[in-house]
Structure formats: C-alpha cells, structure tokens
Design a protein around this ligand. Structure first.
Ligand code: ADP
Ligand code: ZN
Length: 717
C-alpha cells in the first residue's frame, strides 16, 4: 500500500506539518491537474512536486536550469533516502548510462534534467518513452522573456505537454509579476493551470538600515555578535568585494570575495568552501548566490544599495531559508544613490527603460528612508496587503515619534502656492529658509510673503518633512515639470480649513544609529545558554560528518533541525523522531551519533557550574535515562522530595514528564476537591491545604495534583 502525503512528510523529511498551501498543491497535482506555484525563496516549493513524485507510480521529470541547483537538490533527496538522479552535461557517459538504465527499470522517483540536455538530439523521444507521472518546471520564470532570467531553451518545453497531455505539469517560481505569470503558463502550454500564490512575507528575516559610514567597523561588530554564523555581503563592484574582504581579513574575519571576473575554478572553490562552512563570510557581487541552496545563511548585508526592490528581496531572501531567525542590514548613503543613478544614465538603454529603472530605484530609496514598518513597504511593493506592523524591523523596534506639523505644512504649502506651483524641493527649501541666492533673486522669490518663514528648521529637516508630506499625499509632484510641487485638495484643506497634519519627528541618521545600537538584546536565560551550547556541539559534529561524507553540513541536518534538537534534547529514538527534520533515512545514518552527543553533553552539565547550568536538568537527564525518583535522589545525594519538586517544576515548564505516574487519580480528585472547597488559587501557599487535609498528603503530592488540575483546565479551554 502506498503512503499518504502526511506519512511521506514525516517518514522521508521528518517534518510534522505542511506549510501553507503545500498540502493543497500536492492534492491538486495528485488529482492530475496542472499547477503554478509562486512562493518566495525558502518557501518550500520543492516538496510540492517531490511528494507527489513519491506518491505516484512512475517517474517525475524535473526541469531545472542550473547544474549546481540540480546537484544540491538531488543530494538532499538522496540524504532523505529518496531515489533521485540528474542528467546534464557534467556527467560522464558511463554515469549517464547507469542512470538511464535505472530510469528504464523504474528504479528512480525523480529525474532532474537541464533543458539543454533534454533537447539534445534524440534524447527527448527517449525520455518521453519512460513512464512519466509528472513534469515539474523549476525556476519557470526562465521561460519568459518578461522574466529577469530568460533562457531560450525553456521556450521549447511546451512540447512536453503536447506529447503527453495527460501528465500533469507543475511550474514553480519565486519571482513572477502578473504579466510574466501569464506568459509562463502560455509558453509551457498549460494556460488553464491553477495558480497558487503564497505570501511573500519572510517573517524570520529581520530588516534594518544604517547610514553608510564606518561600514567596516559596523560589519565587524555585526559579525562579532554572530560568531560562527555564515553570511553574505553584497557589494556594487568587483573591486569593492576585494577591498572589503581584505579589510575584514585584516581584523581577523574569515572572509573571501567572489565575483564574475575571477577564474571559474577559483570561484567554485570559494563557493564550495562557503557551502561546506569552511569560510563564514563571502563578499560578493550579485553574481553570487544564484545557484545556491545553502539553507544556513544566517545574515545578508548590502554594502551598497541595490538597484531595485526585487533584487534586494531576492538577495536578502538567500538568508534564513530554513525558517530560522536571520538578519539583514542595508547600508544607505546619498552617494550610493547617485552612483546608481549614473549607472542608469550611462547604461545605454532606451529612455523608456531608463525611466523605469529610475522609478524602481526610487522605491528602493523609499525603503531605505522609511519611517513606517519596512516590511509593509516591501510587501506592498509586491502588491500584498499588510494589516500589521511586523515588529521585526528597525522602525518597528524603534518607532518614530509623531508630532503636530500643521504649521510646518502650512508654511510649505503656502510657499508653493505663492510661487505659482513652480518650484521643486531645493528651491522651496531655500525660500522657506530665506536664502538669498542668485536663483531666488532672479525669480523675485525673496519678495513673497512666505520668504524665510521656515528659518528655524535646517535644510535637511525640511527635505525630510517635504518628503514625508509628499509620501502622505499632502501635496503632489509633477515629474514632467522638473519635479515642481503641486497643490491638491488635501493641500487646500490644510491651508484654508486648518486640517491637521502629523509628521514624524526628524532625526539625523547618527542619532537613529545611536538609538539602534542602544537596543541591546536582553540577557539570555540559563536554558537558552544550555541550548546554545548544545547547538554548538551539534554543529561541530555535523561539520565532522559532512567532511567525512563530503556533503554540505546543511544536507546532514539544517540549522533548524539542530536548533530543534538542542531544544528538545532527545535521548532515545522515539524522542529523536520528534525533532523536525529527522526522517527515517537521516535517523538511520546519523541518529545514534547525535543521540550520543546529546547524552554526553547532558552529563557534563552539572559539573560545569561556569555555564550556570541548573540542577533541574541534571535531574531531568537522569529521569530520561529511566531512573526512579529514589535512584535519582541517591545518585545526586538529594532528598527524594527535592527530586519530586524538580520533576514538578520541569513538568510545569512543559518538559516531557509522566507526572501522573507519581499520584493516583483518586488522590488527585481528593486534593483538587479540597483545594476547591478552600478556594485555593494558582500560586497560593500549599501549607493551609496540607493542614486542612490533616497532613494526609505530602507537599509534593499536593503540588503535583494541583499542577495536573491546572494543565487539564488549560487543555479544556
Ligand atoms: P524553495 O524551493 O521554495 O526555495 P525549499 O523547497 O528549498 O524552498 O524549502 C526551504 C526549506 O524549508 C528546506 O530546508 C525545506 O526542507 C524546508 N521545508 C519545506 N517544507 C517544510 C515543512 N512543511 N516543514 C518544515 N520545513 C520545511
Ligand atoms: Zn516592521
């Protein structure tokens, strides 16, 4: 009998639940229907075709554009015990014929193939003669000339559906606007396919922006706060990557650079070292990251501003693919903005396209200068409705202060009116601040009534407030009239009717930065310290295994799995299966080694008082090893009552303690009954109850009974 999709998820991947949309998509495909899946990077697209592949009879053909991606995915599948292979130009003919034989014999569930390979002479016919159950087109935006990564061979893929119209096709991509989306479906010959769009939000990525000064120093601190974590620093130019990497190495950071100008071999060496966790920091141009599935990239820094929000989002999206918390930092300077503008001007593109690029750059600037939740800006850029502030960006963490700026707005609007709605920002600021420069005199602006009424604010402040006013619709701007400000209905309501205007108090960048730096994370609890220590040991073990087996560490287990393991501290097979990401194959290969490491670690805990480890966990460890309360008490030279209180506390903290083994149901009933009569509440002292029941039950029993009652109450709620 074949397995259900839920069983496959658990058995092969070790995951307990599907992410949003995954189950629906899998069902749809299993129903024999065509689908298009839009999910952000790290959203979990692969399962959407891999699980159907495992449920269905026959072979799933996966079209994938990049050799490195194919290789990584097949490696990950094999590590999970799934029969998968790839064919592309990198294979020897002997390797290839072995795989072809496996295909013919029906030994494989998934075959990855590049379109180039698929369309080599005669190959397609051979492929189509196999028992194909599903076509999956990964990175399917490559089929569209509208997409940003067009590949001509992809356009021939429509022959697949024509040849085998009854085989369902699933197209997957992380980037596709509406036009591209439609184009993909037409090109692939599945115009009726159902489109599944998941949220593009990546809540685990923190967002922050800092002024681009002292960048190396800031990066140095940033990395120091994240020891052993892998990250990418994106730079604008090749030269830049080299100097930044050099500067970081000088301060003892294991950083290497990567750019398209390097010899191919050197490049792939650097990439491999990064994938194997041998180097932690890569300083790269945007050429880096395209074909990388590394799930444990923990941070991304943009040394300079990217040219548009799409690129930015894709680049930061390379961190935290495993869903664990990851950090992103963008450095922003006005100068970078000018460099970008010059690049566009010198690009040799037709004027229309230049305009589009300038407009896109402008959106990026708005993100960098945001005074509202940055995630709102990102998601609204992708046309996604956002109802709440995210709480995980620097603006949310350090909310801007609003004030009544009606007077400020009136001064500006009045000046705009009196100049005949003819001036742009810099001229308007000069008028408001009463600057007597040549341009002002030429236009006789020094004679108008509002000249100099805004002296009290600095030019930077005015610029900030005018930008805010514009963004909030207090006035308009005419891009086609040299960016002159224009009044609108809101403007007149403010001028004539005194409608109120709120703005965010201006803060120079230095001040904002100082505040952000003051936002030091709170101290860790003992439990967290233990968890981190164990995580670290598991990480080292993972690296050892990865090196021995010559596979990337994240293929052994993801950071998310190690973290869950360090949290749950499993001590036997059953508990290990409870860890997210431990499937049967992974358990067979690595389960016992990791169990041993955890056991060994827990044994060290009571001895290492320096780590501030608590007595409870020593008790817990012994309990998990199967010792009775008396045995634990003996081993620890403590009173059994103390051990009972440890276990009660551990139970209260949510640890897996079978507390009902220490008390009978009747005892619970009697104690809880008495507590009700006496109206004992949570946290009340136990002594009165103990006395009221004539010392019939020991303290620890009373405590346990009350805990059980409390938990049952919560369960019933
Ligand atoms: P994408 O292809 O959309 O970039 P992946 O398919 O590589 O994303 O998935 C990203 C990560 O999330 C992988 O490590 C994957 O194993 C993990 N993942 C996917 N689905 C689940 C799930 N239901 N539960 C836990 N982890 C999942
Ligand atoms: Zn936010």
């Amino acid at each position: 009998m074949s397995l259900t999709k839920e069983q496959i998820l658990k058995q092969y991947y070790g995951y307990n639940a599907f992410r949003p949309l995954q189950a629906e998509i899998i069902d749809w495909v299993l129903y024999g229907q065509d689908a298009m899946v839009l999910m952000p990077t790290g959203g979990g697209k692969s399962l959407c075709f891999q699980i159907p592949a495992l449920v269905m009879q026959g072979l799933t053909l996966v079209i994938s554009p990049l050799i490195s991606l194919m290789h990584d995915q097949v490696q990950a599948l094999k590590a999970n015990g799934i029969a998968a292979e790839y064919v592309n130009s990198s294979l020897t003919s002997q390797e290839q014929s072995t795989i072809e034989r496996q295909c013919k014999n029906g030994e494989l569930k998934l075959l990855y193939i590049s379109p180039e390979k698929l369309f080599t002479q005669g190959y397609l016919d051979w492929i189509l003669s196999l028992n194909i159950s599903l076509f999956a087109v990964d990175e399917s935006h490559c089929v569209s000339t509208w997409g940003h990564d067009f590949r001509p061979e992809y356009t021939k893929l429509s022959v697949l559906k024509k040849a085998l119209p009854n085989v369902p096709m699933i197209a997957l991509t992380a980037t596709a606007d509406k036009v591209t989306r439609k184009d993909i479906l037409t090109q692939l010959g599945i115009p009726e396919a159902k489109i599944f769009i998941s949220s593009f939000d990546r809540p685990n990525l923190s967002l922050s922006v800092q002024a681009g000064r002292n960048r190396i120093k800031i990066i140095q601190n940033f990395i120091a706060e994240r020891p052993r974590q892998c990250g990418i620093i994106y730079c604008l130019s090749r030269k830049n990557t080299e100097t930044v990497a050099e500067a970081l190495r000088k301060v003892g950071i294991n950083a290497k650079y990567y750019h398209a100008g390097m010899p191919a071999q050197e490049r792939s060496e650097v990439q491999n070292q990064f994938i194997q966790d041998d180097i932690q920091v890569i300083v790269a141009t945007i050429a880096f990251g395209m074909g990388i599935d590394k799930s444990n990239v923990r941070w991304v820094i943009h040394y300079s501003m990217p040219s548009n929000v799409e690129s930015f989002y894709q680049e930061i999206g390379r961190s935290g693919r495993d869903g664990l918390k990851s950090d992103t930092l963008l450095f922003y300077t006005y100068n970078d903005l000018l460099v970008r503008k010059d690049m566009i001007a010198d690009s040799g593109l037709p004027t229309e396209m230049k305009e589009v690029q300038v407009a896109k750059l402008e959106r990026m600037k708005q993100y960098a200068e945001a005074e509202i939740c940055r995630r709102r800006i990102l998601l609204s850029y992708f046309n996604e409705e956002v109802t709440n502030d995210c709480g995980n960006c620097d603006v949310c963490k350090n909310p801007p202060i609003r004030f009544d700026a009606t007077l400020i707005a009136q001064k500006a609007l009045s000046a705009i009116a009196r100049t005949g709605e003819n001036v742009a920002m810099s001229m308007l600021i000069d008028i408001l601040r009463g600057s007597n420069n040549r341009r002002i005199i030429e236009h006789k602006y020094h004679e108008i009534k509002t000249f100099g009424v805004g002296k009290e604010l600095k030019a930077d402040e005015w610029a900030d407030y005018l930008q805010q006013m514009l963004n909030s619709g207090v006035m308009d701007i005419a891009y086609d009239e040299a960016h002159a400000y224009k009044l609108n209905n809101a403007s007149w309501a403010i001028l004539k009717e005194g409608r109120k205007v709120q703005l965010v108090r201006y803060r120079p960048f230095e001040e904002k930065q100082a505040e952000r730096e003051a936002n030091i994370p709170k101290e860790k609890s003992k439990r967290e310290i233990i968890k981190d220590e164990l995580f670290e040991r598991l990480r080292v073990l993972r690296k050892q295994i990865a090196d021995e087996k010559n596979i990337p560490p994240f293929v052994v287990f993801s950071d998310a799995t190690l973290s869950d393991m360090a949290q749950k501290k499993p001590l036997n097979q059953l508990e290990m299966f409870n860890v997210s990401g431990v499937g049967e194959q992974k358990y067979r290969q690595f389960g016992e080694v990791f169990l041993k490491e955890i056991g060994d670690f827990l044994k060290t805990i009571p001895k290492s008082s320096a780590t501030g480890v608590d007595t409870f966990h020593y008790t817990y460890q012994l309990y998990k090893e199967g010792l009775s309360v008396n045995e634990i008490a003996e081993q620890r030279s403590l009173n059994p009552v103390t051990i009972f209180s440890h276990l009660a506390k551990l139970y209260e903290d949510g640890e897996d303690i079978n507390i009902s083994a220490f008390i009978t149901e009747t005892e619970v009933e009697q104690i809880v009954g008495a507590a009700k009569v006496m109206n004992v509440k949570k946290g009340d002292p136990i002594k009165p109850l103990f006395e009221a029941m004539d010392a019939k039950y020991e303290y620890h029993k009373i405590r346990i009974a009350l805990l059980i009652a409390e938990k049952n109450k919560i369960k019933r709620l």
